[in-house]
Design a protein around this ligand. Structure first.
Ligand code: GBH
Length: 488
């Protein structure tokens, strides 16, 4: 028997992308290099040896992409601005770079689509990386200047602003795990990056509020975090419960506590300090936490998967052995992103997985939303919006072997449908969830994995740049039109 799940009136439906993953035009109109342009040149850093010079060529095909969104009924489009396009050296404004986003926003307005602008989706100007990147506190102030410059040009036309996308990734994957640009593997750098990213968020919120107030505008301002749901493998084991506490701390509370409570979680600081000698508190100056904890208007939730974790009984007392730093065949350092809790093991739950190897358990999303509402956003009186959720699955050609319009895309459709049902349950349980933006509109550059993973509801042929809506896109169009999901 099928069930129709109606969503609240006014629920925001949409799709998300990020500049470095789709734009291309890597050197056009004065754009400077970002750390991802630079990482792509490092042999071995990107799985398929690809780069982002062209990507989805969205910079040139933007009108076509907006038209496609309109056909799908997308109501909200979340995109990011490339700092290095707007400020090639991270400091001086390049008006031609801002022109692109101005044209995009005009097109969206014509199509009746609300823009949701993210200021930072991982593409730091390379020139700022040469000065230390997020390890350097000055980067936070430069980010606030950048936010102000973008507001000066686009403010008034953008109702929703996100400062950072997933600062956990831009700190831990970038400076601790060695996986993302700039590809460092140093836990002390990573904790400095955590604090300076959050400080950048706080300073940018302050600048945006000032500029908006002066212009008599009141845009929504917030940030987007990525979350996990950590389950202890054996709930009766103290070591496993401790492992779950640590992973929840490192991935979730390290970011939500300063943003919503103006304080870092003491247990997590202690885990990082004693386990890896990385003392985050050393980077905190008076006044920082007031800025970081200033009220926001919306929390963006990116969710892909939860996980089951186990500890080692003796590990929490004895320091982890250092084999944690590995060098790949190119001499690249890699280590765990779990600073000070490197020994925590992830235990497979026997669930189906996407092409990323990530487990599929939609109920984790329900649990997450209910918990965030209860512990953080509910008390603050602000809504949650799922700003990313989706899955990588390879093309499923039609019977004749072609990926053409509405080519079958069952796994992705099921993933999105089941996660929407989980969002619906969370709302019924009282969580204030105000929207859902699918990741992603287009197949695109999946960071260190290059073009090998396809997250799009729209297929991209990288030879011809042809866009073809997959069956999931047409299914999603019907969901949006009905403001409802039908489950089996
Ligand atoms: C997002 O990051 C990004 O914002 C987006 O740019 C990207 O394309 C998209 O997701 C897809 O990757 O420990 O093995 O279970 C997602 C970041 C996803 C980071 C899940 C940690 C846990 C993997 N994360 N992940 S695992």
């Amino acid at each position: 028997m099928s069930h129709r799940l109606d969503f609240p009136r006014g629920f925001r439906w949409g799709a998300a992308t990020a500049a470095a993953q789709i734009e291309g035009a890597g050197r056009e109109d004065g754009k400077g290099d970002s750390i991802w342009d630079a990482l792509c040149r490092r042999p071995g850093a990107i799985a398929d040896g690809s780069d982002i010079e062209v990507a989805c060529d969205h910079y040139h095909r933007m009108p076509e992409d907006v038209a496609l969104m309109r056909e799908l009924g997308i109501g909200t489009y979340r995109f990011s601005v490339s700092w290095a396009r707007v400020m090639p050296d991270g400091r001086a404004v390049n008006p031609a770079g801002l022109d692109f986003y101005s044209r995009l926003i005009d097109r969206l307005a014509e199509a009746g689509i609300r823009p949701w602008l993210t200021l930072y989706h991982w593409d730091l100007p390379e020139r700022l990386q040469q000065a230390g990147g997020w390890v350097n506190r000055d980067t936070a102030s430069l980010f606030a200047d950048y936010a102000g410059a973008v507001y000066d040009r686009l403010g008034g036309r953008v109702p929703t602003w996100t400062t950072l996308n997933e600062p956990w990734c831009s700190s831990m994957l970038s400076y601790a795990a060695g996986e993302h640009a700039p590809g460092h593997a140093d836990p002390v750098e990573a904790v400095a990056a955590v604090h300076h990213l959050l400080l950048a968020h706080g300073k940018a919120v302050e600048v945006l509020r000032e500029k908006a107030a002066r212009a008599g505008e009141s845009p929504e301002i917030g940030l987007t975090l990525n979350f996990t749901v950590a389950h202890p493998a054996d709930p009766s084991s103290e070591a496993d419960r401790d492992a779950a506490r640590r992973i929840d701390g490192l991935r979730n509370r390290l970011f939500t506590d300063p943003v919503f409570r103006g304080e870092y979680p003491e247990d997590v600081l202690q885990d990082m300090r004693s386990g890896a000698g990385a003392d985050l508190a050393r980077f905190v100056r008076p006044g920082d936490l007031e800025l970081i904890g200033a009220p926001i208007d919306v929390l963006g939730v990116n969710f892909y998967n939860g996980e089951m974790v186990a500890g080692a009984a003796e590990a929490s007392s004895s320091p982890a052995p250092d084999p944690l730093v590995r060098h790949d065949r190119f001499g690249f350092p890699h280590r765990s992103a779990n600073i000070g809790s490197e020994w925590v093991r992830s235990v497979p739950r026997g669930l189906p997985r996407t092409d990323m190897g990530w487990e599929v358990e939609p109920d984790d999303l329900r649990q997450l939303l209910v918990r965030l509402h209860r512990d953080y956003t509910g008390p603050a009186g602000i809504p949650l919006v799922v700003t990313e959720n989706g899955a990588a699955y390879a093309d499923q050609p039609d019977a004749a072997g072609f990926v053409d319009d509405a080519a079958p895309d069952d796994s992705r459709t099921a993933y999105i449908r089941d996660h929407l049902a989980a969002v619906h349950r969370a709302i019924q349980e009282g969580a204030d969830v105000d929207g859902y933006l699918v990741w992603s509109l287009l197949d695109n550059f999946e960071w260190a994995l290059g073009y090998t993973k396809r997250f799009g509801i729209v297929h991209v042929d990288y030879e011809t740049q042809e866009r073809t809506p997959k069956a999931s896109a047409l299914w999603y169009r019907d969901v949006i039109a009905a403001n409802a999901v039908t489950t089996e």
